[in-house]
Design a protein around this ligand. Structure first.
Ligand code: ADP
Ligand code: MG
Length: 463
């Protein structure tokens, strides 16, 4: 791997990420060295390293490896000045790195461009409403985002979207911005992360251009600030944010905020900021459920098909992934990217075996921890019967049906075999378990109530 080779590779990335992303994120990367499977790049800022690592690490890894280099991981180093810290990128980009301290304006620094106009953070071309899969866990957030994206009169201000890592907050915010750009080109829409907000603020302080800063931020029509929890504990930034916020609300300008938890629960966020945020519409993105995950995977596969038309995926692979990788959509996508890359490198079909080989670590990390006992307990609570009646010998329908539901769930949600499950149901034979599982499978198709019961229980257990 050489600088020259990286130069050629970059060209391929242009196709995948689009011109906008390419110019902003890929072009500035400078390849430094490849050592022990770690490809090291220098980047102009820490923020950039983090962003690239979270959003493009998979694609870069894939291109590097397809070109013959053997790279397991990427690392980003902030170029030039000695105070910079390295940023490490995991192969499948995971949770946000720890947030840095609020920087104090250094006395001399010439590396940053002057703050001329308000350049918004680039929007990811992939994050549109079209590519956003709607399910129960995110339907409210999606509906609210759609409403705001119409650009009509401001009805709720601010809109606050909150939820755990990788549940689609940034995706929805970019989607709003794209939509507004298309529908209301007259509006001045500004999207940026809370970190960038702080960065600009500090820069303005340093360059003694606070008036410009205030003027610029007060002249937008729609302000979107992503990951607002970042400014918690950073007092001067919070203060400035508060003033910006108030000025815009007074002018009836739309504000859209995201956070990783409910505003009231963000530690070290000033009360006045909290209460401002709570004044608007606060909606949360719930953890994904099985259907949503499967939907997202299917959508992704269609998208990949455009690039790899003869890609083959065996039945059950997507179901396995949706079932086993249950938290973060980013991890889910990362797993799929890795599968495709691996399969096309070795020229094999994506079947169960390849999936197990290629994703052993991811699958192990997300090994289901649901136990048969837990299922029995939840089912007995749900049907309001005693645990002993689920396990015991009574054949009454009012016990037998819940018992079968529990057996069915045990088969679906644990890796226990039929005999093992039988043993946990008071030493029943495996054929009894099999019969129970079959019965529920049939009933699910004909009896809406049973279908709903099973669904509710599965959700409760997976939560
Ligand atoms: P967050 O900002 O909440 O941490 P992101 O918006 O960055 O999460 O989402 C992480 C990844 O998961 C992105 O690639 C995004 O496109 C994808 N994603 C999340 N939710 C959905 C969804 N409902 N449909 C399609 N893709 C999704
Ligand atoms: Mg985000």
């Amino acid at each position: 791997m050489t600088q020259e080779k990286w130069g050629q590779l970059r060209g391929k990335l242009l196709k995948t990420v689009g011109q906008n992303n390419y110019t902003t994120w890929i072009e500035p990367l400078e390849f430094q060295e490849l050592q022990d499977g770690v490809a090291v790049f220098s980047v102009p800022t820490n923020f950039m390293g983090n962003y690239v690592s979270q959003n493009f690490a998979d694609i870069i890894l894939y291109e590097l490896n397809s070109s013959g280099a053997s790279v397991q991981r990427l690392a980003f180093r902030v170029a030039a000045n000695s105070t910079a810290r390295p940023v490490n990128a995991p192969a499948v980009a995971a949770a946000d790195p720890e947030t840095p301290e609020e920087p104090h304006p250094p006395t001399t620094d010439t590396s940053n461009p002057p703050m001329g106009s308000l350049q918004a953070a680039p929007l990811d071309a992939r994050f549109t409403f079209d590519s956003f899969v709607v399910g129960k866990p995110n339907e409210l957030a999606h509906a609210a985002a759609r409403r705001v994206a119409e650009g009509g009169p401001v009805t709720f201000n601010p809109l606050v979207l909150y939820g755990g890592v990788g549940l689609g907050k940034t995706h929805l915010m970019h989607a709003i911005a794209w939509e507004l750009k298309a529908k209301r080109p007259d509006l001045n829409v500004l999207y940026l992360s809370a970190e960038q907000f702080m960065y600009r603020f500090v820069q303005a302080l340093r360059e003694r251009r606070m008036m410009d800063f205030k003027h610029l931020f007060r002249s937008v029509d729609v302000l979107m600030v992503d990951d607002v929890q970042f400014i918690a504990g950073k007092d001067s930034t919070q203060e400035e944010f508060f003033h910006t916020f108030n000025a815009l609300v007074d002018q009836n300008k739309q504000i859209i905020i995201s956070a990783d938890r409910a505003p009231g629960e963000i530690k070290d966020l000033e009360d006045r900021v909290k209460s401002r945020l709570q004044c608007g519409l606060v909606v949360d993105l719930h953890p994904t459920d099985y259907e949503l995950r499967l939907g997202i995977l299917q959508t992704k596969v269609q998208y990949y098909r455009k690039t790899y038309p003869d890609l083959k995926i065996a039945d059950g692979v997507l179901e396995l992934l949706a079932h086993r990788i249950s938290t973060n959509v980013r991890v889910l996508e990362g797993a799929l990217t890795r599968l495709f890359a691996f399969a096309s490198l070795v020229g094999r079909e994506i079947d169960m075996e390849l999936t197990q080989d290629c994703l052993a670590d991811v699958l192990r990390a997300s090994e289901r921890k649901i136990t048969v006992e837990e299922i029995q307990r939840k089912v007995s609570e749900y049907y309001n019967i005693r645990l002993s009646d689920i396990i015991g010998p009574k054949r009454l329908r009012s016990y037998a049906r819940p018992r079968q539901v529990a057996m069915y769930l045990a088969k679906q949600l644990t890796s226990r075999s039929l005999p093992e499950i039988g043993r946990r149901f008071g030493g029943r034979d495996h054929t009894t378990v099999m019969h129970g599982v079959k019965r529920i499978e049939e009933l699910k198709l004909t009896d809406g109530q049973i279908a709903e019961d099973v669904e509710m229980l599965r959700r409760a257990l997976e939560a």
